[in-house]
Design a protein around this ligand. Sequence first.
Ligand code: TRP
Length: 329
Amino acid sequence: MEAKRKVFSGVQPTGNMHIGNYLGAFRNWVKLQDEYDTIYCVVDLHALTQPIEPDVLHAQRLDAAKVLLAVGIDPRKSLFYLQSQVPQHAELSWILGTLTPTGVLNRMTSYKDKVARGIPANVGLYAYPVLMAADILLHRCDLVPVGDDQRQHLEMTRDLAERFNNRYGEVFPLPDALIPPTSARVMSLAEPTAKMSKSDPNPRSRILITDSPDDIRKKIKSAVTDSDPDVRYDWEEKPGISNLLEIMADCTGRTIDDLVAEYGSGGYGRFKEAAAEAVVAELAPVRTRFKELDDAEVARLMQKGALDARTQAEGYQQEVRKAVGLNAV
Ligand code: TRP
């Protein structure tokens, strides 16, 4: 039997995980578990690249792990762990850094955007894409489900793998992006022309994966729309309604045309109520599982995941050390 292809993806434990993360990424990660050899990682070293209080980081990474478990990441199917508990990530990042021209990092748009937003420029923030490349290459992954905003990082990862292979011999496969068949573009409820974001200061702009049904209903009810009461899919004229249509279609598996046929002329109130119930139905089971998870049990699962990941990564890293001349003496 042919070996399954390997998938890697990571998420930063930055808190406020929302329905955009769920519909755009996590729900897909769960499905991929049945088809591929999947590795999912809470990338807490990446979270350190921006100012964050130690107790906040500590709490948020366990929270991130719980959200992913509640969504359906299954440690029996996936290798699932916290990045910082597997030191080979940082070691490989260092080695790849020595192959990364600073000119390449200077062109990274996400770095430039972050600095433009006032995030302090430091070496960690600058080298963020190198650590991401190490995440992907460490386990020799073939496929990476990432959003558009991470495309440039993935390109750089391929480039680094090639540089390494040319310099030291064939060690790394070149990873490809895995684009999900449908990926919702979920926009802010408060400002539907901007992406829904973890860092928006307005909590009404996003629906959290763990929001209560009542919070979900309130947030959708107060979602910004226009004043003409037709429910139509039209991002130019009606971004707020189009956003809710897209979210509802994704939560119900129905087509947008079908939803427009049913709710088109019934007014916004009726449509928003239906959209809210669709989101509640999708997220309620996740919330229930989240609340049932026991912190100590989750910590134990993460330790087990890290142990397995370290064992696997160490085998691969020995090959890297040997290739560059750092093998055991
Ligand atoms: N940079 C990614 C993000 O912010 C997170 C990430 C880190 C990642 N390492 C990764 C994603 C490796 C995919 C693969 O979304």
